[in-house]
Design a protein around this ligand. Structure first.
Ligand code: SAM
Ligand code: SF4
Length: 353
């Protein structure tokens, strides 16, 4: 066990014996009765792609000193785990750009209570990282891949990197990762004809294809014209691959609806056309220490003054108070269809997708 992990386990034992303020029977329950056990941790807002639905070409990034350091991040995550978080997903920006990623994975895995540690990546740097991540204990990968056509890839991401992503997918397999998901966003007139090819690509490699509806959380104006709903997507899959049969998802809070096609299961995440806010169990920590109870919330709780106090040491009770309050005030739903909906100022890459 590393030094930091040992320090942390000491802290955790001390913390476990302390009483905690607030609604401590279910500290991460909101005012609508939803419990939260899933946390997305953004490790950086930087990225080596510029997907148009996610970020600006000329995006400005957080100064390096405002990113949470490994020790700070571990303290916040371990506290949230004590409060009920069980599943942690590392994301960004592009999490593989973080130089201490393998150490972060290793130390997170030594926090007892984390049942599953996963990571979402664009795959470009997976050739370099896959084995190290496997050895550090990462449980599963999700790789984002919207197209198998190099020209379309360049159009969508503004970078000519499909080759490295595909090599990254193979590196994930060689490193021994199982149950990898391939996430795709389909856009009308750009890549929707590739739906069958993407499903086949994933199934042939023993992976799980998943399609995410494009959400109004990217840079610039949301292009409603390019939006493809889950219903339309199912028709496209049917036209390309034949029968599509709905399959119940065993997890109540699962975001993906599952469908059986001849070659295997396909997941569809219909966050826009069929929101799953009623069973949402997710919380988010941005790379600069902001806590968000919903991807679409306008507000965020700044934990940085608690994580990096000017004077004194870490105050666990203050952190617990801040996160439990933020969870309690989580809105019922994202209201992205309401007249008054305003797109949050932070775009996906700086919140953590
Ligand atoms: N860079 C990594 C990647 O691309 O996998 C991790 C961060 S990225 C923000 C996580 C996921 O969010 C990706 O699968 C991406 O396709 C998805 N995403 C980004 N912007 C989106 C949007 N506006 N609508 C739907 N999904 C989006
Ligand atoms: Fe980068 Fe991922 Fe956003 Fe694409 S979706 S720009 S890879 S953070």
């Amino acid at each position: 066990m590393s030094r930091i992990a040992l320090e942390m386990s000491g802290q955790l034992n001390r913390a476990a014996s302390m009483s905690v303020a607030g609604n401590m029977a279910h500290p991460l329950k909101d005012s609508f009765g939803r419990s939260h056990s899933s946390l997305r941790v953004s490790l950086t807002d930087r990225c080596n792609l510029r997907c148009g639905y996610c970020m600006e070409e000329e995006a400005t990034f957080l100064p390096a000193e405002s990113l949470l350091k490994k020790k700070e991040l571990l303290w916040v995550v371990s506290t949230l785990v004590e409060l009920g978080v069980k599943r942690v997903r590392l994301t960004g920006g592009e999490p593989l750009l973080r130089r201490d990623l393998d150490e972060i994975v290793f130390d997170l895995k030594s926090i007892s209570g984390i049942e599953e540690l996963t990571l979402t990546t664009n795959g470009i740097l997976l050739e370099k990282w896959a084995e190290k991540l496997k050895k550090s204990g990462l449980d599963r990968l999700t790789i984002s891949l919207d197209t198998l056509d190099p020209a379309v890839f360049k159009r969508l991401t503004r970078r000519d990197e499909l080759g490295r992503v595909l090599a990254g997918v193979e590196a994930g397999i060689s490193a021994g990762f199982q149950g990898t998901a391939i996430n795709s966003v389909l856009l009308r007139g750009i890549n929707e004809r590739e739906v069958g090819a993407l499903i086949e690509f994933a199934h042939r490699r023993g992976m799980r294809p998943r399609f995410i509806e494009s959400m109004p959380i990217g840079a610039g104006n949301y292009d409603r014209g390019s939006f493809i709903s889950a219903g339309e997507l199912l028709d496209l899959i049917r036209d390309t691959l034949g029968d599509v049969v709905p399959v119940p998802n065993q997890f109540k809070s699962a975001t993906a609806r599952l469908f059986q096609v001849k070659s295997g299961l396909v997941g569809i995440i219909a966050s826009v056309s069929e929101p799953f806010c009623g069973s949402c169990d997710r919380l988010r920590l941005t790379a600069d220490g902001k806590f968000k109870s919903c991807l679409f919330s306008m507000g965020e709780t700044d934990l940085l003054p608690i994580i990096r106090p000017e004077k004194g040491s870490w105050d666990r009770e203050r952190l617990v108070q801040a996160v439990t309050q933020a969870v309690w005030h989580k809105a019922a739903g994202h209201e992205m269809h309401a007249e008054h909906f305003i797109k949050p100022a932070r775009t996906m890459h700086s919140i953590g997708g």
